[in-house]
Design a binder for this molecule. Structure first.
Ligand SMILES: [Fe+2]
Ligand SMILES: [Fe+2]
Length: 365
């Protein structure tokens, strides 16, 4: 890896004054009427009041305006609705929301991005939108927890009360364990890859989430779910716009080497996200799951379609294919090639993957 991870994305803001005291140790070392040393880049200082990115700032304003309160949803009525369901339906629903939370547990991921955006002195609009996504993702994670609670109180933390619940519990924890592997890779990515690569991972994540929530909001089987998915879909559509703006705004640092990494990033994102947008992939190099996870997932899936209203597998496959192609079409404008995704019938241009490259920064949404 020869790519410079400290690639200069924004010109550091300097006071440019003289004279400068290099490294003052004592108060007496500081002559009067001087400037401080220049701040070394990247650093979260100085505060950076750059309002020049108008469309991003507009998106920040929109993000604030579109905030909503997950506690205002009618959870009581959804809880009642779930109380009348069979055990297998309650288990399947709690399991699905636990799986969803693996991807919406993203407040920490975006908090890390806030730090990066500040250290690399992005404009006020970009930093501002990132901060609103931290709040959005926290809300999405909480709503997963509330929905799972309505279906099966305490799952997957409580002592299981049936064999089925125990199996679902084990597999929810397997998904989360993989999430923890993602988190380690994500944190390390900030020391390994230039920022635009990491930010591209958001592009795939947000494209994925618009398919999940867009489809679910139209099919929802209960009014609370309809509202939850509709609101979330609106958040995710905003996030998707944001990630496209972010990519465009930083195209000046997208070298050929970065383009190749982005191509791999798309494949990594596809593998990571398919578990929620589509189904567990047998072809994945990322996921480490028990051998019969696939069968268990496919057994639960139609039940969640009936009870919650997530779209059918066929719909998801087509929606996921379109979302991936949409990302591909967008990136092709910048000379980035698509990876091969035979699972969705996408040829791409042949790119070879080594196992360890699947540890790029898989996205959350
Ligand atoms: Fe989300
Ligand atoms: Fe998102």
């Amino acid at each position: 890896m020869t790519t410079n991870i400290r690639v200069k994305i924004r010109e550091p803001r300097r006071h440019g004054g003289v004279p400068v005291v290099a490294n003052a140790k004592e108060l007496d070392d500081i002559p009067p009427d001087t400037y401080p040393p220049e701040i070394e880049y990247p650093n979260a200082y100085p505060p950076y009041w750059d309002f020049s990115n108008q469309r991003m700032y507009d998106l920040y304003v929109k993000s604030k305006r579109e905030q909503w309160d997950e506690d205002q949803l009618d959870w009581g009525s959804f809880e009642k609705y779930m109380e009348d369901k069979a055990e297998v339906e309650r288990v399947a629903t709690a399991f699905w929301f636990s799986v969803l939370s693996n991807f919406d547990n993203a407040a920490a991921a975006f908090s890390r991005a806030v730090i990066a955006a500040q250290e690399y002195q992005f404009d006020a609009g970009t930093v501002g939108v990132f901060t609103t996504i931290v709040m959005d993702e926290n809300r999405h994670c909480i709503m997963c927890g509330k929905a799972a609670y309505c279906a099966l109180k305490g799952f997957p933390f409580r002592k299981p009360q049936s064999d089925l619940e125990e199996k679902a519990r084990k597999y929810a924890w397997w998904v989360w364990w993989n999430g923890s592997r993602y988190w380690e890779a994500y944190k390390a990515a900030y020391d390994k890859y230039p920022l635009p690569i990491i930010f591209t991972s958001f592009l795939m994540g947000e494209a994925a989430s618009t398919t999940v929530f867009g489809g679910a909001s139209r099919n929802a089987k209960h009014a609370t779910m309809a509202e939850l998915f509709r609101n979330t879909a609106r958040d995710e559509a905003r996030h998707f716009t944001f990630t496209m703006f972010l990519f465009e705004d930083n195209k000046h640092v997208i070298t050929d080497e970065i383009k190749k990494l982005v191509t791999k990033q798309i494949r990594a994102g596809f593998e990571f996200l398919s578990l929620i947008t589509y189904k567990p992939l047998k072809t994945t190099k990322f996921w480490k799951l028990p051998r019969d996870f696939y069968d268990f997932f496919l057994k639960m899936d139609p039940i969640v379609q009936d009870v919650v209203g997530i779209p059918s597998l066929e719909f998801r496959e087509e929606a996921w294919r379109k979302a991936v192609l949409k990302v591909g079409a967008f990136l092709s404008k910048f000379g980035v090639e698509m990876p091969e995704i035979p699972e969705l019938g996408i040829d791409g241009r042949e790119v070879r993957f080594e196992d360890e490259e699947m540890e790029l920064a898989p996205p959350v949404f």
